[in-house]
Ligand binder design. Structure first.
Ligand SMILES: [Zn+2]
Length: 566
């Protein structure tokens, strides 16, 4: 036992060298756009990835703050509100609740949940803007833009429709033609019509504010060179590409009513472009929830991990850091930028309008447990290249791995302990925990580099170790000839079940809490943590069987689900 502890401690010390992570870990998930219902790809790309990571950091003994929320400003929200005959505020209130319900159903363990349309976010956005302005990083330029005379308003892209200059389809929007997919500028439209009042808009000169990214670039490059070694490959390559092309001044204002007001005289009719206040939203949401927000966002004692899909990388690797560097106020910049590729649906792209794929609110209605959805999504997390959601694969991974490996191990051990030892834990010799030790260290290293899918595979390996051990020892046979040997086997397996509950906790939290209940653990999984799980289970503890952990998914069910979701 002593040797085991010393060995474990040595491994712990050696590995610590690689973990350049502070005691406090700040975790953010990209803020989903509020008026879309998130699909499974959105969920695994940022929200669930950040959640598993935050849960892991907690069981590894760190103080975690996990920030999640919704991006609520922008022309799409204002336009959709007009379509649904709601005010923008009513619209985002309605959709925020839909989002919150989805995150709660998927067991997202956020510490701060909030919205970019909060007054706190408006204040911090205006504050950061003023600092950038005072430090000389804001410029002003005049451009010509479509204007509606009857409404006395400049028209943002979505508020203009007309004929596409490329394919000549009618009804092309100011930002994009749906018929040919080309991105457009509103002034390119042939025969433009104002969506506000049906009038023909005219071109008129107007001024806008820009952030002077070229002026911030040298400081940004210096910071990036020091930080990039810890980022995902795709995050590094996307950022390098942007920097190589040279940053350009970027417009941060828009002609909308819905948004954060610009705190300068003469700018009352414009608001900030939502790409400006959305990333600042991470700070705004923290302020909305925590009075100690500066201990997280203005402290060098914190490690900041940001999770997002690859399309979101430039906003986190260039724009947001540039705003913060430009303030010269010492805000926390991202340490680890964890981006994912895309999850597609059965070789297609998710599409709500075409009814392709499973969306956040559908998952609940399938009757399949949240843990099971989470398990599969983490197993196909697009960590290196795009991946597919496939129903057959879903069934096979759930039945063979989650049910057949992890669930089955715990069920067998608990059932045999009940049958042969009246549900009282026998004395162990920690043999299985010792075997699992090196694999757990690998599991931790994978998590520290945000390789969450690989960490789950490692957890499965550890569970397989238990099944193999059980198969070799065959306590159900041994109990007839050598009851004390069988007792030792069962005791060692019960200890591994406890360890599994901790290391699967980032993926399937409900089942893991159930295991802790079965094992009669008095402390929470987080309190026990990875290191506490190695203390094992004392002889004589009463174990309480509570039924199986996961249900198998039948063929018939898969056929039904395939039909339902296209
Ligand atoms: Zn077109």
């Amino acid at each position: 036992m002593l040797l085991f502890l010393i060995l474990f401690y040595c491994i712990f010390i050696i590995n610590r060298g690689f973990f350049v992570v502070g005691k406090k870990v700040l975790v953010t998930s990209a803020l989903p756009y509020v008026n879309n219902v998130p699909h499974l790809g959105n969920l695994i790309g940022s929200v669930l990835s950040a959640d598993a990571f935050a849960r892991f950091m907690r069981v590894d003994g760190r103080e975690v703050l996990f920030v999640l929320g919704t991006d609520e400003h922008g022309t799409t929200a204002e336009f959709k509100a007009m379509e649904e005959k709601l005010t923008p505020r009513e619209l985002v209130d309605k959709y925020f609740l839909i989002h919150k319900n989805i995150y709660d159903w998927f067991q997202t363990s956020y510490d701060c949940l909030g919205r970019t349309s909060s007054k706190e976010n408006a204040q911090i956005t205006q504050h950061i803007f003023k600092k950038l302005y005072d430090n000389g990083y804001i410029t002003e330029h005049s451009i010509t833009q479509l204007y509606s005379e009857p409404s006395k308003k400049f028209l943002s892209d979505r508020f203009v429709e007309g004929e596409c200059p490329y394919c000549h389809a009618s009804g092309a929007r100011g930002d994009q033609c749906d018929a040919c997919g080309k991105l457009l500028d509103p002034s390119e439209l042939i025969k433009p019509i104002s969506k506000l009042d049906g009038s023909t808009p005219v071109l008129k000169e107007t001024k806008h504010l820009y952030i002077d990214l070229p002026k911030i670039q040298p400081d940004l490059v210096e910071w990036f060179s020091e930080s990039k070694s810890k980022w995902s490959n795709i995050a590094v390559s996307v950022t390098e590409q942007w920097l190589k092309q040279g940053l350009k001044e970027r417009c941060i204002t828009r002609d909308l009513e819905w948004g954060v007001k610009i705190p300068l005289e003469g700018w009352e009719n414009k608001v900030f472009y939502s790409w400006f206040d959305a990333p600042i939203g991470y700070i705004g949401i923290t302020i909305e929830n925590r009075s100690d927000w500066k201990d997280w966002w203005m402290s060098e004692d914190v490690s900041l991990y940001q999770f997002m899909g690859k399309d979101n990388v430039p906003f986190h690797s260039i724009m947001f850091p540039a705003f913060l560097i430009g303030t010269k106020e010492g805000y926390k910049l991202v340490d680890y930028l964890a981006s994912t590729d895309y999850l597609n649906y059965e070789d297609k792209k998710f599409s709500k309008s075409k009814n392709i794929g499973v969306f956040g609110d559908d998952a609940k209605d399938t009757g399949i447990a949240s843990d099971v959805w989470r398990y599969y999504l983490f197993r196909v997390r697009p960590e290196s290249g795009d991946t597919q959601f496939e129903w057959n694969d879903f069934q096979s991974k759930v039945n063979n791995e989650l049910v057949g490996n992890f669930g089955n191990f715990v069920n067998r051990v608990v059932a045999q302990n009940e049958k042969f030892f009246s549900s009282v834990a026998p004395k162990s010799n920690h043999e299985l925990l010792e075997k699992a030790g090196p694999l757990v260290e690998e599991y931790k290293s994978l998590f520290y580099s945000a390789r969450i899918r690989d960490a789950l595979s490692k957890a499965n390996e550890i569970s397989s170790l238990g099944n193999k051990y059980l198969q070799e020892k065959q306590p159900w046979i041994e109990v007839k000839t050598n009851p004390s040997g069988a007792a030792l086997t069962i005791a060692n397996c019960l200890e591994l079940a406890k360890l599994l509950a901790v290391i699967y906790y980032p993926f399937t939290p409900t089942a893991c809490e159930k295991i802790f209940g079965i094992l009669g653990e008095k402390e929470s999984i987080i309190k026990v943590g990875v290191s506490g799980a190695f203390e094992g289970i004392e002889e004589g503890r009463v174990i309480t069987p509570k039924g199986i952990l996961f249900e198998k998914i039948e063929d018939k069910r898969i056929v039904e689900l395939k039909q339902k979701f296209g």
